[in-house]
Structures are given as structure tokens and as C-alpha cells.
Design a binder for this molecule. Structure first.
Ligand code: HEM
Length: 179
């Protein structure tokens, strides 16, 4: 959806996919590592629409969080989607799709760097994050190499915050096979 509504980034991502993967019989780790633009596109998509938009913990003991006293048994929720849109952290264009903010990697994209949490943080960080990134890159390379995407007139933007973020009314796209 974000590439359909940002055709210049779609063109850049496709050009990279065709260039890096030209003549490749398989997408191995060395090929995937060279996909800089596609990596930035995925990182920016996970910033704007983090699939796990809430990280939930239960306090097992009384503890202090900054100035707050948190009693044992309290459920503490981290609203990842809100952190990812905080203008004090990301700048005034926090709501815009701008993959180039990840040019120097995720740690340099915001201040402080742990405000980018698509895969969580600390000891319970996503065990499948590398696999997820590989899968997303492979899917994008395969799709962008063969098809062009544009928004469908029927699309209504209504992200729903459930267990994961979902499009409220589906995600109809106009898909055109490339020559
Ligand atoms: C874009 C895809 C994915 C996203 C955004 C994502 C996000 C997350 C997040 C935010 C957490 C931390 C939850 C918390 O702290 O409460 C997590 C944990 C976890 N994820 Fe993922 N995940 C993704 C894909 C995957 C895949 C593909 C696998 C496995 C094949 C996986 C396996 C796990 C496991 C096992 C944990 C629990 C780790 C632990 O508690 O020690 N995830 N994931």
C-alpha cells in the first residue's frame, strides 16, 4: 500500500531489485544484504505500521519507572505505534513515509535509538526478526520484479489496532503485470 501510494519509492525499490538480483538463480544472503533501498522501505513500513503495536508486561515486583511507582501486578503497556510517530523523536515529518530516514541504519534513524521497536527490545526481542526481514525482502523482490502497484479507488485508509495492525476495509490494489 505504501509503495502504491509512493510511486517514486516503488520505482527505486524495483530498480534496485532488478539491478541487484539480475542473473541470480537464487536469492541468497549475499544478494539480500545488498538490498539497501528495500531494507529502508521495510524499516519505514514497520515504523508507520508496526504489526505488534503494543508490548505488554506485568510487574512481578513493585518498582520505580522514572517518577512513577509501579505496584506489583500492574499491567504496563508500551504503545509502539505511538512511539514510532512521536515528532520529538522522529521530527516534524514523523507521519510521512520517508524510507531515507533509515539511510544510516535503524539505530541512527531516531534519538534515542530504542524508540524504534518493531521487533521489541531487550531479553524478549523477537526471536524471528532476521527470518522476518529475509521473508519480507524475498516477497518484495519477487513482486516488484513482476508487477506494478497503484492504489485502488476502493481503498479506505482505516488501520485497526487489534492483536496486530490490520487494514479495516482490506487493501484493494490495482496490480499491473510488467512487460
Ligand atoms: C514482521 C514480522 C514480525 C514482527 C513485527 C514481530 C514482532 C515481535 C515483537 C514486537 C516481539 C516482542 C513481544 C514482546 O516483547 O512482548 C516478538 C517476539 C517474538 N517473535 Fe516476532 N515478529 C515478527 C516475526 C516473527 C517470526 C517470523 C517469528 C518466528 C519464525 C517470530 C517469533 C517470535 C518469538 C518466538 C517471540 C518471543 C520471543 C521471547 O519472548 O523470547 N516473530 N515479535
Amino acid at each position: 500500500m505504501l509503495l502504491a501510494t509512493h510511486p517514486s519509492w516503488q520505482d527505486r525499490a524495483r530498480a534496485e531489485a532488478l539491478e541487484v538480483c539480475r542473473g541470480c538463480t537464487k536469492l541468497d544472503v549475499d544478494v539480500l544484504r545488498r538490498l539497501k533501498t528495500i531494507t529502508m522501505v521495510i524499516q519505514e513500513t514497520l515504523r508507520l505500521y508496526p504489526p505488534a503495536s503494543l508490548i505488554v508486561r506485568e510487574a512481578l515486583t513493585d518498582f520505580k519507572l522514572g517518577a512513577l511507582n509501579i505496584p506489583r501486578g500492574t499491567i504496563v503497556q508500551t504503545a509502539v505505534a505511538m512511539l514510532h510517530l512521536d515528532k520529538d523523536v522522529w521530527g516534524q515529518d514523523a507521519g510521512e513515509f520517508r524510507p531515507d530516514r533509515f539511510t544510516n541504519g535503524a539505530a541512527a534513524a531516531c534519538e534515542p535509538s530504542h524508540m524504534y521497536l518493531p521487533f521489541g527490545h531487550g531479553p524478549r526481542i523477537c526471536a524471528g526478526q532476521n527470518l522476518a526481514m529475509v521473508e519480507l525482502k524475498v516477497v518484495l523482490v519477487r513482486l516488484l520484479s513482476k508487477f506494478a502497484f497503484s492504489p485502488s479507488p476502493g481503498y479506505r485508509h482505516a488501520p485497526l489496532f487489534r492483536l496486530t495492525i490490520e487494514p479495516g476495509f482490506g487493501m484493494p490494489l490495482v496490480v499491473t503485470k510488467l512487460p
